[in-house]
Design a protein around this ligand. Structure first.
Ligand SMILES: Cc1cc2nc3c(=O)[nH]c(=O)nc-3n(C[C@H](O)[C@H](O)[C@H](O)COP(=O)(O)OP(=O)(O)OC[C@H]3O[C@@H](n4cnc5c(N)ncnc54)[C@H](O)[C@@H]3O)c2cc1C
Length: 470
């Protein structure tokens, strides 16, 4: 009887899972395994916890749901906390497993972990590229020729590559021997977190797991049909349905991008197709773009000069960083977004673009510090999307133009009634409506306005800040 281990990583699902399907096809006994690796609970280079409480909770829920779903098909999930390589070694010796099936990850720490496992495991390791929309074996260019510009990348792929069909759900798995200790699911306390306080201003009461991912997709596509409005609403700031929120399940693979793609196609076939239905796929191609950019450029995506060698002006200032993190810069639009992130782990795409631009271009801080803070805090943190977007905005990525977001104008355009800033900065509610209507009209109004509401004084911005914008 041949035995295989399926090492779940950022593919915490049963559907469309190549590793699981291949293992079931080739082996009579399959042992599903997940380890909360110790590295996840260390700190980043600039000293932030690698995983914050919101994402830690989501991850625990995702693993719990994976175990439930594996039990429904007759199996279970072996769960460990600590050193993945060492646990895999012991499990393989204990069970005589000859092969490990797992998802191929592509960034530094994740690949390092693969190397550690390869060093201690005597059998073979079968990797699957299951986190991509366009499978790396199907792309019409060599990795080193991955286009630098998104539009070229997208057009090449759309014209020459089709998306693979999803792999069917396995209906039955073998029982796991009673001799194998299954392990318990850790709690937040085990990772020294206290339970996060629920904030009812959160865009959604997020819960991890494959089932929740499917519920969200069903709601957004079929029940509310908000998908039809995606392109118009995707720059929103408040509420569950201005965008799909599927990133919260994509990062750890509770849902596959291929599955989302084929559901869009089904929706278009059964209901309606418009610019919005296409645009969701367009955004998923951005996600792939950053993965391919990481594959092509390796560790350059973590360097201050990024993938294009441009150097930003950096004046390290811990006070600025602190004010940005705490949502106390004195710019309501920035502060509201940063407070939302701290309280809920989520921030809209519009918000992310603005706070990142503000951090790099106005506060002149090292973009990697901001990226690491996002890494720590975001519910949907994904190495490639996070570092790719940060590089892009810092001007060291796929867009080498030195562009910046005028955060005052952005606030006027996207939060014209000040609803979003008042939601996250309740102090602003004490001010007469006429005063808050356009608090960003000019620096003078801004200062007056802030004085009135006893809002924290502006931190000292670079001297040419206002000159640059007015
Ligand atoms: C500074 C910065 C950091 C970011 N960090 C992350 C991150 O760590 N993880 C992450 O998933 N996204 C990141 N993004 C991209 C984007 O903001 C989120 O994917 C999006 O806001 C998630 O919400 P949604 O699922 O409702 O997106 P939707 O608008 O519904 O889009 C659907 C899907 O398309 C993909 N997508 C959309 N926009 C982008 C984009 N700009 N780049 C890559 N993929 C995209 C996501 O997978 C998303 O779930 C970042 C953007 C910026 C500007």
């Amino acid at each position: 009887m041949s035995v295989a281990i399926v090492w779940f990583r950022n593919n915490l699902r049963l559907h469309d899972n190549e590793s699981l399907t291949k293992a079931l096809k080739n082996h009579s006994i399959v042992i599903p395994f997940y380890c909360f690796d110790e590295i996840l609970f260390s700190t980043t280079k600039f000293g932030y916890p690698k995983i914050g409480v919101h994402r830690a909770q989501l991850l625990i829920e995702s693993v719990q749901n994976l175990r439930e779903n594996l039990r429904k098909v007759g199996s279970d999930l072996v769960i460990r906390v600590g050193n993945t390589a060492s646990y895999l070694k012991h499990l393989s010796l204990e069970t005589n497993a000859t092969t490990i099936y797992t998802q191929k990850e592509i960034t530094f720490e994740e690949v390092e972990l693969e190397r550690r496992v390869e060093r201690v495991f005597n059998g073979s390791i079968e990797y699957a590229y299951d986190a991509f929309l366009f499978h790396p074996d199907d792309i019409p260019f060599a990795l080193e020729d991955t286009p630098f510009i998104f539009t070229s990348f997208r057009k090449l792929l759309e014209r020459n590559t089709s998306i693979r069909p999803c792999i069917a759900l396995p209906s039955k798995l073998n029982n796991l021997s009673n001799r194998i200790q299954k392990g318990t699911i850790p709690s937040l306390n085990d990772f020294k977190f206290s339970n996060p306080i629920k904030d009812n201003r959160s865009v959604l009461a997020f819960k991890g797991g494959e089932d929740e991912a499917n519920n969200r997709l069903n709601h957004y596509f079929y029940e509310s049909q908000e998908l039809l409005l995606y392109k118009e609403k995707r720059n929103g700031l408040i509420g569950a349905d201005y965008s799909s929120k599927l990133s919260v399940w994509l990062w750890n693979g509770c849902i596959s991008p291929r599955h989302i793609y084929w559901e869009v196609k089904r929706f278009e076939h059964e209901y309606y197709s418009n610019d919005s239905t296409y645009w969701l796929i367009f955004e998923l191609i951005w996600r792939d773009f950053f993965k391919y950019t990481a594959l092509k450029n390796g560790n350059k995506i973590f360097h201050s000069y990024g993938i294009n060698g441009h150097q930003n002006l950096v004046n390290p200032n811990p006070e600025f960083v602190n004010a940005w993190i705490r949502g106390k810069t004195g710019i309501p639009f920035i502060d509201a977004n940063m407070r939302e992130l701290a309280a809920t782990g989520f921030m809209s795409n519009r918000g992310r673009q603005n706070v990142a631009s503000f951090f790099v271009k106005e506060l002149q801080q090292d973009w990697r510090v901001g990226a690491e803070y996002f890494e720590s805090m975001l519910l949907d943190y994904d190495v490639c999307s996070n570092y790719g977007n940060w590089m892009y905005i810092a001007g060291v990525g796929n867009d080498s133009r030195d562009r910046f977001f005028n955060v005052i104008l952005q606030a006027k355009n996207y939060d014209s009634q000040g609803e979003f800033v008042r939601l996250w900065i309740p102090e602003l509610n004490n001010v007469e409506k006429k005063e808050v209507h356009h608090p960003w009209a000019s620096p003078k109004t801004l200062f007056n306005h802030l004085d009135v509401v006893d809002y924290p004084k502006l931190i000292i911005l670079p001297p040419d800040y206002w000159k640059k914008h007015y």
